[in-house]
Design a protein around this ligand. Structure first.
Ligand SMILES: [Zn+2]
Length: 401
């Protein structure tokens, strides 16, 4: 069972390598064969590296990117569908789906992988058990996310029977503690005593993943179905200069990233906002970009302005891979130093809900810029608004029949 690691960029000692013994047993003979055939061959097969990279992304909570990577591994023709590596990718992919709120497909994929893992024969029992433990844990997470507490508990108990390390056991025991909490259990202290220490960072992450939906104050009422499209002021209204040719077409939209412009701005009149947006475009041209980087801009009065055309991939999240399928929404202002106006916040939440319904974007795929890479953007209050939006969507999904 894989632990949840803290997000990248935090301090603390490096984590020890958690490779199970069975992994080395599988990998080392393969590496020895490679080395004898050709000394120039890299020490690890690319597929193994890609799996490790996908695992890292997943453990950092970057489920959308991890899922892409697992899917590309599964599409590799050289990978036999019933191999352990394929199973590894399938279980990882299912975990990503659950993390992104796609519980139906996540359950299906984890369940199918589990059937094959349990039916497997041969001398690879240890890795099969490890992956089966992961699959049971993914099924439990899907159930716990939807408050199907008894079912979640059942899956976690199955996983516990397969867990091969103290760390794996602790993380499962903590999930069982959360199950007790939701079921109104009274023996919580005993559950916590079962853990070797109940002050680990992973537990706080798990709590925030499963509990914040209930514990946080109610955000603005979620909209159950696609709302009317919001009014978006066209580019011409801010005097946009023509877009240049050095751009990529937008792929299917599957995520949204929220930014601030990083420049203090509080004016409420439309003319000042238009001038500010035009200045951002000039700044982005100066960086050699094809256009303003963001697809939409929201001013302090709550007006939504069209930025770069949605037909074009944006330039806002940090690099080409992060910009793929990613709608960039920028709020005018510097929210590391100024408060977030209420009109701007409520306009953003309405607009995000519109995008979610329009493009069928999972709640977990709405990001603050700082969740994707090392930046202060979009400042604490705006990051919190995005967090609350995700929480409100979680509530609306659970409230719907
Ligand atoms: Zn940003």
């Amino acid at each position: 069972m894989l632990p949840f690691l803290p997000p990248p960029g935090r301090g603390g000692p490096p984590r020890r390598c958690g490779l199970p013994v069975w992994f080395l047993c599988l990998a080392l003979p393969a590496l020895a064969a490679c080395a004898s055939a050709d000394q120039g061959v890299p020490p690890r097969p690319p597929l193994e590296e890609r799996l490790a990279a996908a695992d890292r992304l997943r453990l950092e909570g970057r489920a959308a990117f991890a899922q892409e990577e697992y899917e590309s591994i599964l599409a590799d023709e050289t990978l036999p569908a019933d191999s352990l590596r394929a199973m590894h990718a399938r279980v990882g992919c299912a975990d990503c789906r659950v993390m992104r709120g796609d519980f139906v497909r996540g359950r299906l994929d984890a369940g199918l992988a589990l059937v094959e893992l349990r039916g497997g024969q041969g001398d690879d029992a240890a890795p099969r058990d490890f992956l089966a433990c992961e699959a049971e844990r993914v099924l439990g997470d899907a159930d716990l996310s939807e408050r199907l507490v008894a079912q979640a508990e059942d899956h976690y108990q199955q996983a516990l029977a397969l867990a091969d390390s103290f760390e794996a056991r602790d993380l499962l025991l903590y999930r069982l503690y959360l199950c007790d909490r939701f079921a109104g259990g009274t023996d919580l202290a005993r559950r916590l005593r079962e853990l070797r220490s109940h002050e680990r960072e992973e537990y706080a992450l798990l709590t925030s993943r499963f509990v914040t939906r209930q514990a946080r104050p109610a955000p603005p009422a979620p909209v159950a179905r696609a709302p009317e499209g919001p009014q978006v002021l066209p580019r011409a209204n801010w005097g946009a200069r023509p877009t240049r040719s050095n751009k990529d077409p937008m792929t299917d939209v599957f995520r949204v990233t929220v930014h601030h412009s990083g420049v203090r701005f509080t004016a409420l009149d439309a003319g000042a906002a238009a001038r500010q947006i035009a200045a951002i475009q000039r700044g982005h041209f100066a960086r050699g970009w094809a256009d303003i980087g963001y697809h939409f801009v929201i001013d302090p009065a709550g007006r939504v302005w069209e930025g770069r055309s949605l037909a074009d991939q944006g330039a806002h999240a940090g690099n080409f891979a992060l910009n793929r399928g990613n709608i960039g929404v920028c709020l005018l202002g510097d929210f590391t130093s100024q408060p977030l106006p209420a009109a701007q916040t409520s306009s953003l939440l309405r607009f995000l809900e519109f995008l979610r319904a329009e493009y069928k974007i999972p709640a977990g795929s709405f990001y603050s810029h700082r969740e994707l890479n090392g930046t202060a953007c979009p400042g604490p209050p705006l990051a919190e608004a995005v967090h609350q939006f995700r929480a409100s969507v979680g509530q609306s999904v659970m409230a719907s029949p």
